[in-house]
Design a protein around this ligand. Structure first.
Ligand code: FAD
Length: 807
């Protein structure tokens, strides 16, 4: 039987032991440095508010599971959750949030100030516009849940050992073999660190960087309130309450209120107290209350809840828990030390759901809910630097309740990674947004003058204030130019690896769905599936030499996956940073590039989905005939040192043709017009290729590959749900993604990617819908509380016959 050691008996570790033993893995030992069951970690003092609604579908599902599980355990007070708005911006945002709840299947209501006060009589009605009310939210009794889970897991065979500190992890041949404690080594095949904010130290034991930062967060309790006189602490009745405009939340403790505040300065904690005796008011995760930091929050609390004027904040503490660069949890197996897993930076809210997903990943090799947003490998190297983690995690603390636009970039740190074209892009007035540390142009101010000549039918309608943010009408001109002339797109940040060495072909064949055993020069769009047939990535494989493949992938998670699977002799090298790529696309692309090269770049000379090494203006390049925007052209790669010269040569040669530089705004619009999916947004491991509309990339006849058996017998016809292309009927409401879609008045799906389609003169939204919804059907998208009719359209919307690309 596989021997599992879990480090940490907080809410995460205890849930994981429960989930593993539930699945029949009973050789589970849980170690904690603190006494049991109150270990002194963050869980031991957690006030336990569970607000389920989250922009992330996965996190909402994890919260929903936690609620159901803790209810079953008798450790949840389902008092409901209320998030009030005291500003118009927040009220609008709560409407958007109502959309997320509906998209992810959580019952939610927008309630007016009268109803707010009916549910929370102490609220000052004049302070609020209304609230988002979720009846199934409530209070987790986290420490009791830990006790219950310990009892249940122990009854199935698990062992919990308190006051035992893990001091090292033993490994041999790249695999964990045991866990070291003062009492000796405990042998293990799998070790899972559920050490909460101590996670970095455990990661260091195997050389793994865990990008989290422990921060203190203030929690206080008021004195007795006459309004709550006689209330039983064991049965809270008031809904949990969030006042996000002031970074505050509230819960009832009998006849008192608890107040949590994120309004104070970020307080990173670098040194932790030794675990020792733990009491309700003294534990390593608690620091002394700093009253000055709380003072402004107290004043704001009294404004919202005037009854607090009769009392004061009687007691409080600064409690420690984990923050990460993007605010997400950290889950996954080390790619260097097999069998070493982490499950950290997890709130009580998501604890049971994530523990279930981790148990599924360990036992079955995959989780029912896609985990890429939590995957510890999602960070780029530059994002693992301690300075980066420290700065961005503190930003996340500060912004935790802010209204954030989905495109809103961080302001700092910036300029971490720039492509070799960056200097030229700046000269052209590029407006950069950041992703994965890369500066990516979204449009170029130098193209503004093109707007005046834009044909009338290409002119987009005015956007509302929300959809106008991080957007410019210049994007329309860039899209027009790509469809009618030629544009340069910086594709450098798209991740790529070289897979090389004897056995490379067999290795890639075994992981992918499409036929890669083709001649040198072939380029193939293919999928990587998981064992259950879910799409774990879509990749483009260029065979440059018999045993050398350039593979365009979706991010670091793919690098970790490929590396962890690569057999002896096969090398997976991340070449992204040392190379660059410019997409030259548009009907005049050949007029631009051909004169610069001795190679035959005619339609037959370098066919669609073929590539070769070449020289362009003397620069050694790899040129792939591909187009993510649906126009004639190539992706041209070269080493970073040659990048600027390549750009300059293309730019100069393009002047007579009116070449422009174009950004991601145009790119996103054009790709949606062409129906090209974006992995992670449009499809994940939760979808099979046929549902996602990429079944054309599956060739079961090629031989065995991961996921082949699972999808055997499936087809477009068996798909119970489909990723569909919608166009918005009013021609002007540009939705942004994650909005719910209603079929016959019932919420039945949600939007994934969206953009305005300049060529077709309508907004486009891709979305998941039941398979029974046919092309031509009218559906409705909820956008800030409004239902906007949309039509299910045949795809692609532009150039279904591929005449624009194949010429
Ligand atoms: P912990 O409970 O900290 O457990 C980790 C365990 O690992 C500890 O018991 C520790 O002793 C053990 N450990 C560490 N190192 C070692 C070692 N070397 N050897 C052996 N054992 C080790 N979340 C919500 O969802 N809702 C809320 O309302 C909420 N409010 C909060 C309020 C405050 C003031 C704070 C500080 C946090 C709050 N949180 C809330 C967050 C939540 O409490 C934590 O995210 C959660 O409890 C973390 O659980 P865990 O099991 O990962 O960590």
């Amino acid at each position: 039987m596989t021997r599992v050691v879990i480090i940490g008996a907080g809410i995460v570790g205890a849930n994981l032991a429960d989930e593993l033993t539930l699945r029949g893995w009973t050789d589970v030992t849980v170690l904690d440095q603190g006494p049991l069951p109150l270990t002194g970690g963050s869980t031991s003092h957690a006030p336990g508010l569970v607000f389920q609604t989250n922009p992330s579908k996965a996190m909402t599902e994890f919260a929903g599971y936690t609620v159901r599980k803790l209810l079953d355990l008798g450790c949840f007070h389902q008092v409901g959750g209320m998030e009030v708005a005291s500003t118009a911006a927040r009220w609008a945002d709560l409407k958007r949030k109502h959309g997320w709840a509906t998209s992810w299947g959580v019952e939610a209501h927008l309630i007016d100030p009268d109803e707010c006060v009916r549910r929370w009589p102490m609220l000052d009605q004049d302070q609020i516009f209304g609230a988002l009310y979720v009846p199934t939210d409530g209070l987790a009794v986290a420490s009791r849940a830990v006790s219950e889970l310990i009892t249940r897991a122990t009854s199935r065979g698990a062992q919990f050992v308190g006051s035992t500190r893990v001091t090292g992890i033993e490994q041999a041949h790249g695999h964990v073999t045991g866990v070291e404690t003062a009492d000796g080594v405990i042998p293990a095949d799998i070790v899972v660190s559920c050490a909460g904010f101590w996670g970095r130290e455990i990661g260091e034991m195997v050389g793994m960087t865990v990008p989290l930062l422990p921060l203190a967060h203030q929690y206080a309790k008021t004195g007795q309130l006459a309004e709550l006189a006689g209330a039983d602490p064991a049965t809270p009745a008031l809904p949990i309450l969030r006042h996000q405009d002031q970074d505050l939340y509230f819960r009832q403790h009998g006849d008192r209120l608890g107040i949590g505040s994120y309004a104070h300065r970020p307080m990173p904690v670098d040194k932790f107290a030794e675990p020792g005796e733990v009491t309700a008011s003294a534990m390593p995760s608690m620091l002394p209350f700093t009253e000055d930091d709380f003072a402004p929050s107290w004043e704001e609390s009294k404004l919202l809840l005037p009854a607090l004027g009769q009392t004061k904040a009687e007691e409080g503490f600064n409690g420690i828990f984990s923050f990460t660069p993007d605010g997400g949890s950290l889950v996954g197996e080390s790619s260097d030390v097999r069998g070493f897993w982490i499950a950290e930076a997890i709130w009580v809210t998501h604890s049971a759901g994530i523990a279930k997903a981790v148990a599924e990943s360990i036992v079955d090799g995959r989780a029912e809910t896609d985990l890429h947003e939590l995957d510890v490998h999602r960070f780029e190297d530059v994002q693992l630097a301690p300075e980066y983690v420290r700065e961005t995690a503190q930003q996340n603390f500060v912004e935790i309740y802010d209204v954030l636009h989905p495109l809103q970039p961080r302001l700092s740190p910036r300029d971490l990674r720039v492509s070799p074209f960056h200097a030229r892009q700046r000269e052209l007035g590029a407006v950069f947004l950041e992703a994965g540390g890369w500066e990516r142009p979204h449009w170029f101010e130098s193209n503004a003058h093109l707007l005046k000549d834009l044909p009338h039918d290409f002119l987009p309608p005015a956007r509302d204030a929300w959809a106008s943010q991080f957007h410019s009408p210049i994007v329309a001109a860039e899209a027009w130019h790509t469809r009618n002339r030629v544009a340069l797109y910086d594709m450098t940040p798209l991740k790529r690896v070289e897979v090389s060495g004897p056995g490379s072909l067999e290795f890639l064949q075994g992981l992918t769905t499409n036929q890669l055993a083709k001649s040198v020069g072939s380029v193939t769009y293919t999928l990587m599936l998981d064992d259950a047939g879910g799409v774990r990535s879509d990749i483009t494989v260029a065979r440059l030499e018999p045993e050398l493949f350039q593979v365009g992938i979706n991010g670091n998670i793919d690098v970790a996956y490929l590396r962890s699977r690569a057999p002896e002799g096969v090398r997976v090298a991340d070449t992204t940073g040392g190379t660059c790529c410019v997409g030259v696309w548009g009907p005049l692309a050949r007029d631009l590039v051909q004169p610069l090269s001795a190679e035959d770049l005619s339609h037959t000379g370098l066919k669609y989905f073929r590539g070769r090494r070449a020289r362009i203006a003397g620069v050694p390049v790899t040129i792939l005939r591909l187009s993510y925007v649906g126009e004639l052209g190539w992706e041209i790669y070269t080493s970073a040192d040659n990048g600027q010269r390549l750009w300059d040569a293309l730019w100069r040669a393009g002047q007579p043709l009116g070449v422009i530089a174009a950004g991601r705004g145009a790119f996103n619009s054009l790709r949606l017009e062409k129906g090209y999916r974006l992995w992670g947004t449009d499809m994940t491991t939760e979808h099979d290729p046929y549902e996602a509309g990429v079944g054309f990339a599956v060739r079961p006849a090629k031989g065995d590959f991961v996921g082949r058996d699972a999808i055997d017998g499936r087809s477009e016809d068996t798909a119970a749900r489909r990723l569909r292309c919608l166009t918005v009927n009013d021609g002007r409401t540009v939705v942004l993604g994650k909005e719910p879609v209603f079929v016959d008045g019932v919420a039945a799906g949600y939007v994934t990617s969206a953009a305005y389609g300049y060529t077709i003169g309508r907004p486009i939204a891709y979305g998941w819908l039941p398979g029974s919804v046919e092309i031509g059907a009218t559906v409705e998208i909820e956008y800030f509380g409004r239902r906007v009719p949309a039509t299910v359209a045949a795809e692609p919307l532009v150039d279904p016959g591929m005449e624009r690309i194949r010429r």
